[in-house]
Design a protein around this ligand. Structure first.
Ligand code: PEP
Ligand code: MG
Length: 843
């Protein structure tokens, strides 16, 4: 016997009916809410997910139970009601119940042409969407007539070998069966799963009495919103489409009315002022009771209002922030809920210009999205071209195989950067994020001919210097041309939300900031200090790179000291600027980290230029470059190893820091700088550097007569440092985990080369995610946990933090909170995202 859906799977939607979005879907639940608010919602019956599943499996709906709610010869609609409207679903079917008798009735009330058009529209929908007949056979002409209707009914009969069903029960059965099966189909399944629906997502169906938007008085259908979906500001948007019954039919139904008074034409406010006032009242009630900005769909028949649906308005990220804040400010929701309603990742979109989601995208190539935001500019291939372009006031996009310190100036001059090589922690990526420059790295499918100044995409299209491209650093796409952009939106709502977030969060958020400009950005985003100042980035800029090169070429300690003497005031003035900008907030300065060879030119031309500059033979430059070349520079002579073997560099940096502190203190500002030693793997390294730094501090103190304090700490970025954190912490006031190097060394993965196979690895699920992007909580996380525990054993009050690129990520912040870390540090533009994530974790 065929299974029949029982009463419990169906629900007449009333104020008190037991209903839930998880059982009947969001639309059904929302209709119940509107009924509870005394809105004029037509009679509705909701079928649960289970009922619809059973119907798809062949069970029959219990029709008498459904139909008894609707009176004699009803006209009905059936609409989908899934948990999330974004998951899609079958189209709504309207006017179910139309048959020959109903048609004759409607001819009397609406006129023959209107009634016949309605009937034919319904037969067409039923034939195509429900009976799955060929749409070509059910063409709807502009002039419906009795003959055309008969011809259509005849076509149906011929195709189906049966008459068009005249019984409302039979019609509704077919509609329910077809809609439930559509939901189970593979295409619908894949589409909704792509939007995040679980594999077993259910569909509810809502059977509702039709409200026909036609009559002799003001009639039609409309939709009204009470806030802008683009900006979130309160404003009335929407449209009303009147359906006028003229002798010739409904010709005017494509002339929508404005909702509010408008000089450009008639409005609903003028045509039906009472209805308009009623809608405003419903909007206000819905906002307060449903605690949301809603969009209301309505029908007017002879001036009588029926509410068909009320859904949360679709909104941009910017609008989501404004709406959440406004609802909290007006007391509709608590501040905590406003904080929870905004996705942290959405904030990142507001901080940068973005390609308008409605714009067409002509994608040339896709690489790794390394620094968010989008910018359009003309192609350039060298840093000097970029600078020339900027000096002409022309926006340019710098394309390089990979960037080197020499490209810094070019990066500052460009509006965006693309590199063919490198991963998420490569030089270009780190600098890009630091200065808020859209950046794509690892665009390996792009071919570059630097000599001819051409690039070609994987589809063979070629672009030359000067051609316009757009870099979308949020998606990793290089686009051809200049699509429409949306501006950054750091408005008052954004600031308010973050201030509320700061009140509830319980972990510090600092910024990685290398220059005074970065520090200013960090400050603007209310970072609570600098967690990592990579001092080598200060050497990349301007003439300093040349000074560094001179230092590298100096062949005696005295020669080196002489050059460092010239670098000292430059460093000191940077530190003084940063201290001033940070205004007493902590500043953690990492001593010089990279291998020296990074400062030397790679190509012949660069070497020749350097030979000129230093006034030495080219062979000497080549020999020095060769001398400094290492098989594996990231594991070679860098960080503290350089600090110990060439101590003059760290001494100069310590002196610059202390002299800047003394100058600050003389100006009445007390501050305790934090000095961090990179790439430590043994306690003895810390002891040796500590001794040098103490000596410099003593000497600055005796020269200046000023007392000052400082904190010395260690960057934990080798696995051994994590394992030996207990004895290392004896000499370290703080331990900051450098998860870029720690990930590199824990996996034995080169952070600069792994991009080549990372996407294959993630596709094959060897790694769930790129571990340079998403912290590997299982493996690297265990090192952090061990390091923190052991560090605390060595020094119970040791300050713990993380400063790798993972620092702003929600899962990382959650992990660090759980381990009782004091703060996380991330690039300045991620600070707002981190502030919101941390607050949500604390709630
Ligand atoms: C790290 O290794 O995590 C780090 C922050 O330092 P860098 O990226 O400069 O090596
Ligand atoms: Mg490092």
């Amino acid at each position: 016997m065929q299974k029949v859906i029982t009463l419990k799977d169906m629900c007449h939607v009333t104020k008190t009916a037991p209903m839930a979005a998880e059982v009947h879907g969001g639309r059904a639940k929302c209709l119940q809410r509107l009924i509870r608010l005394d809105m004029p919602v037509p009679t509705t019956v909701a079928l649960s997910f289970d009922a619809v599943r059973a119907i798809a499996g062949g069970a029959a709906a219990n029709l008498p139970d459904i139909l008894r709610h609707f009176g004699e010869n009803p006209l009905l609609s059936v609409r989908p009601s899934s948990m999330d409207p974004d998951w899609g679903g079958p189209h709504a079917i309207l006017n179910i119940g139309l048959n020959d008798i109903k048609h004759a009735e409607l001819c009397k009330t609406l006129g023959e042409e209107v009634a016949t058009r309605l009937y034919m529209q319904y037969i067409q929908t039923f034939a195509v969407e429900v009976a799955r007949l060929d749409p070509e056979e059910f063409y709807l002409s502009d002039h419906p007539s009795a003959d055309a209707l008969q011809a259509m009914l005849h076509t149906y009969e011929t195709e189906m070998d049966a008459e068009f069903p005249q019984d409302v029960g039979e019609q509704i059965n077919e509609v329910l069966r077809s809609m439930s099966r559509t939901w189970e189909g593979t295409t619908a399944r894949l589409l909704r799963q792509a939007k995040g629906a679980p594999a077993d997502a259910g569909l509810g169906l809502v059977v509702q009495e039709m409200a026909l938007p036609m009559g002799a008085g003001v009639s039609g259908s409309g939709v009204i919103q009470f806030a802008s979906g683009v900006t979130g500001e309160e404003q009335i948007n929407g449209r009303f489409v009147p359906q006028m019954l003229h002798a010739e039919g409904m010709r005017d139904n494509d002339h929508a009315l404005f909702l509010t008074r408008d000089p450009r034409g008639p409005s609903l406010e003028e045509s039906a002022p009472d209805v308009f006032q009623q809608l405003l009242k419903f909007g206000a009630i819905a906002r307060i009771k449903l605690r949301e900005e809603m969009e209301i769909k309505f029908i007017l028949r002879d001036g009588v209002l029926t509410i068909l649906d009320g859904i949360r308005i679709d909104r941009s990220n910017r609008a989501a922030v404004r709406i959440a804040v406004d609802l909290a400010v007006s007391g509709v929701i608590p501040k905590e809920e406003a904080i929870m309603r905004v996705k942290p990742a959405a904030l990142s979109e507001l901080l940068h210009r973005q390609v308008d989601s409605r714009a067409e995208r002509d994608v040339l190539v896709t690489g790794i999205a390394a620094s968010p935001g989008a910018a359009s500019g003309r192609l350039v291939f060298t840093a000097s071209e970029a600078q020339a372009s900027a000096s002409r006031g022309e926006a340019c996009v710098l394309v390089r195989r990979e960037t080197t310190p020499e490209d810094i100036r070019g990066m500052h001059a460009a509006v965006a950067v693309v590199t063919l090589r490198g991963g998420i922690t490569s030089h270009a990526a780190v600098i890009g994020r630091g200065i808020g420059l859209p950046c794509i790295v690892g665009a390996a499918d792009l071919d570059v001919d630097e000599r001819k100044r051409l690039i070609s995409g994987p589809d063979g299209r070629v672009f030359k210097a000067g051609d316009m491209v757009t870099v979308d650093g949020s998606t990793g796409q290089v686009l051809v041309g200049e699509p429409k952009m949306l501006e950054a939106a750091l408005d008052d709502a954004f600031q308010t939300l973050l201030t509320w977030a700061d009140d509830v969060r319980d972990i510090g958020i600092r910024a990685n900031a290398d220059t005074p400009a970065d520090a200013q950005t960090a400050r603007n985003f209310a970072a609570q200090g600098i967690g990592l100042c990579r001092t080598e980035h200060m050497f990349f800029d301007g003439d300093r790179v040349d000074l560094m090169r001179e230092m590298i070429f100096a062949d005696s300690p005295e020669g080196r000291a002489a050059v460092l003497e010239r670098l000292l005031p430059l460093q000191q003035s940077d530190f003084a600027d940063i201290f001033q900008i940070m205004d007493g907030q902590p500043v953690c300065i990492r001593l010089f980290d990279p291998p020296l060879h990074e400062f030397l030119p790679a190509g012949k031309a660069g070497m020749r230029e350097l030979a000129d500059l230093l006034d030495v033979p080219l062979a000497e430059v080549t020999a020095r470059v060769e001398d400094l070349t290492e098989y594996n520079p990231m594991l070679g002579m860098r960080g503290v190893r350089l600090g110990i073997t060439v101590p003059e560099i760290y001494e100069m940096q310590a002196r610059a820091i202390f002299q800047a502190v003394v100058a600050c203190q003389k100006n009445g500002r007390t501050l305790v700088p934090e000095i961090m030693i990179p790439l430590v793997s043994a306690k003895r390294e810390v002891e040796l550097v500590q001794a040098h730094i103490e000596a410099v501090a003593a000497s600055v103190h005796s020269e200046s007569g000023v007392d000052f304090e400082y904190r010395l700490g260690v960057m934990v970025e080798t696995p051994r440092a994590a394992l030996r954190a207990e004895d290392i912490a004896e000499h370290a006031a703080f331990l900051s985990f450098g998860t870029n190097d720690l990930t590199q060394m824990a996996y034995g993965l080169s952070r600069d080369d792994a991009g080549k196979f990372m996407s294959d690895y993630v596709k094959l699920q060897v790694y769930e995610e790129d571990p340079f992007h998403t912290l590997d909580l299982e493996g690297v996380g265990e090192l952090l946990q061990l390091g923190a525990e052991r560090g605390r054993k060595g020094r119970p009050d040791v300050t713990l933090s993380i400063c790798g690129e993972h620092g702003g990520d929600t899962a990382t912040i959650a992990f660090c909170r759980a381990q009782g870390f004091d703060y996380v540090s991330c690039s300045p533009f991620r600070v707002p995202v981190a502030r919101l994530s941390a607050a949500q974790l604390a709630l």
